[in-house]
Design a protein around this ligand. Structure first.
Ligand code: HEM
Length: 404
């Protein structure tokens, strides 16, 4: 054992902690750089997550636009990609700052106490958000709570705690990122400077150690992104080695989240007496058989199916325009529509706002990529409309209800 090691072992706990703080990987500058990267990822994730939430539960002031048709595909792809990229950043940040948890005195003043208390929701919330999100894209729900509600409310808590943290650390961050601050590490506690070992002439300097560490963390983040982003970015599909879903595999060449058997609709959709009813606030309600639907003018539209779990795939859909059926029933323009499924539960129906109702690509699809819909993709007829989350592209339609 070298002299250096023997002397290190002899150092007391406090000195070792202080030396750890003097390590550039645990410096304020490293914490600030990782913090800013996390701040960017969490902010993009939060804003795109809010957009997804409002798309599914629109408050009075929000209207889901019909175009750009692929907007939800981009926002939800970004949501999942930034969440995945944040995993190595969060682990590295927590490792980088852990020696600060053992600093003495634990609390120095009331503002310091409040700042430290805000770290509880920040750290717990950030870990919860990334764990629950990654579990969700794997369709794994180990926590005893309803995922969308838990993920949504903890996001607000985490972002509130992050805003407090940024407020508390802004001046320190600015100072640590000044070019003149670069060569030094964290403010080295007196005990560490006093007892620091003589510098090893062969050791790389602080800036190099920090750069290597940050490059490794950034590299891990970039690598995770590259091996998963192909679930929504078509040219990178071949690299999507860790993506839970490949959007080009599955029944009819794309994934199915909920099969007809799982939704208990097989008997109803296969019934030869199947009818699609168009009713509600219309002067001339009517019913159509599948043959009636097939005999009407068919339209084609290339639209993405963009899942909340982050995968998406563009397909050519063929079917009857929703607007054509509404014209036949005498519905004026500007109406809201509810489409009802044979499925029970959360996805038994979805709302279509007037902008999406009037869009020429809003179809009651009977076929995809040249073949009739399979039972798992919504046979006999499903909704496909521009810029909607996949869960709102309702399958196994039984009724089109028009609202005044
Ligand atoms: C999910 C996001 C984040 C988490 C979980 C997180 C977590 C933490 C924790 C636990 C500490 C140690 C606190 C202490 O004992 O003083 C810390 C320190 C620090 N954070 Fe963050 N942070 C996040 C985002 C940010 C952001 C966005 C910034 C940039 C404004 C930032 C800048 C800093 C700085 C500069 C320090 C070191 C302060 C010092 O040396 O006194 N952090 N962070």
């Amino acid at each position: 054992m070298s002299d250096l090691s023997v002397r290190r072992m002899a150092d007391g706990f406090a000195t070792r902690r202080d030396e750890t703080l003097a390590d550039p990987r645990h410096s304020t500058r490293t914490a600030a750089i990782l913090g800013i990267s996390l701040g960017v990822c969490f902010s993009v994730c939060f804003l795109t997550g809010l957009y997804s939430h409002f798309a599914q539960h629109p408050p009075g002031w929000f209207t889901l636009p019909a175009s750009p048709t692929g907007l939800y595909r981009v926002t939800q792809g970004l949501h999942v990609a930034t969440g995945i990229a944040a995993v190595p950043l969060l682990l590295a940040k927590l490792w980088s700052v852990y020696p600060r948890f053992f600093q003495w005195p634990v609390v120095q003043s009331l503002p310091h106490l409040l700042e430290r208390l805000s770290l509880v929701p920040l750290v717990a919330g950030a870990l919860f958000m990334l764990f629950s999100g990654v579990a969700n894209i794997d369709l794994w729900y180990p926590l005893p709570l309803f995922f969308p509600t838990g993920h949504y409310w903890v996001a607000w808590l985490t972002m509130g705690a992050m805003a407090t943290h940024i407020g508390a650390k802004l001046a320190t961050t600015r100072q640590a990122l000044r070019p003149s601050a670069a060569p030094t590490s964290a403010p080295v506690p007196a005990s560490a400077s006093a007892s620091r070992l003589p510098p090893d002439p062969g050791a790389p300097d602080d800036a190099i150690v920090r750069r290597r560490f940050l490059t490794m963390v950034g590299g891990a983040s970039a690598l995770l992104t590259v091996v998963t982003i192909g679930q929504t970015v078509e040219p990178l599909r071949g690299l999507a080695l860790l993506a839970p879903r490949r959007p080009d595999t599955g029944d009819s060449g794309f994934p199915v989240n909920n099969t007809a058997a799982e939704a208990h609709v097989l008997e109803k959709i296969m019934d030869p007496a199947y009818r699609l009813r168009v009713d509600g606030a219309v002067p001339a309600p009517f019913e159509l058989t599948l043959a009636d639907l097939q005999a009407r003018t068919q339209h084609e539209a290339e639209l993405p199916i963009a899942c909340v779990e982050g995968w998406s795939a563009s397909r050519v859909w063929r079917g009857v325009r929703l607007r054509d059926l509404l014209d036949a029933a005498g519905a004026p323009t500007g109406v809201h529509v509810t489409v009802h499924s044979f499925e029970d539960g959360l996805y038994a129906k979805s709302e279509i706002n007037p902008g999406q109702v009037e869009h020429p690509d809003t179809l009651l699809a009977l076929a995809v990529n040249g073949a009739a819909l399979s039972p798992d993709h919504g046979y006999p007829v499903r909704l496909i409309a521009p810029n909607r989350p996949g869960v709102m592209q309702t399958k196994w339609l039984s009724r089109i209800e028009v609202h005044a």
